[in-house]
Ligand binder design. Sequence first.
Ligand code: GUN
Length: 282
Amino acid sequence: MILLDGLKISKKRNEELKDKIDKLILANKRQPKLIIIQVGNNPASNSYIKSKIKNSTLVGIDASLLKYEEDITEEELLNKISLLNLDHSIDGILVQLPLPKHLNERKILDSINYLKDVDGFHTYNSGLLFQKQRAIHAATPEGIINLLNEYKIKVEGLNAVVIGRSNIVGFPISKLLLDLNATVTICHSKTKNLKFHTKHADLIIAAIGKPLFLTKDMVKKGVIIIDVGINRLEEKLVGDVDFENVKTKASYITPVPKGVGPMTVNALLENLYKLYLIHENL
Ligand code: GUN
């Protein structure tokens, strides 16, 4: 079994990104800038945002958090975003999800200028992905593909089973794997006989949101496992995969934490840099 060490790979890629940004700053270019918008005080969001800001700073991206009260109106939030859209010093705007129920998530994500859509959640950017055009991809799917590439894992021809169909992970990763010529099955909460599908999988992307959901009896020997879950269980962080038991059958497997999580943050920073290059005509 080979551990897919997302922390190590993300550090390497972050350092490469830092080198590129350092060179630009030495050449008197402006600093890349990311704005994160948070509404309310969701504890999981607090911890994700902390990591995004810390890693931005490490690579030389100027990242700031705009934190608003839970009861901000949709109109107020849309007005804030439209001002950020007009500010030429800002390369990326990230609205941390989930948003409170009274805010229309789709309307807010689509109010971000698609050239500042660092998360790749804008309807236009997700449309580009489905037309196989160059686009900013959602950070978690992009981070997973980067991790597979770094370990030289070829997905062409593999039976890939994606569990979960969210706009953030399941759906876009399915399209990225399909574009790499995997045979992709998307499973979800209404799937009958999930085990039938997982048992035949060469590659499993677990994005379910249930702790230790994927067990040893559900996978075949030699399977490649990518665990997207981050769940708190008895004060410990665990994935959607029963790592300790599944690892005995896997050829490659990501740990939780230190697997997909840091690769997601790295992909986000690389996205911000891509947008910066567009804005600066570089
Ligand atoms: N909430 C959970 N995952 C994400 C993500 O990738 N981006 C944002 N903005 N919010 C999230």
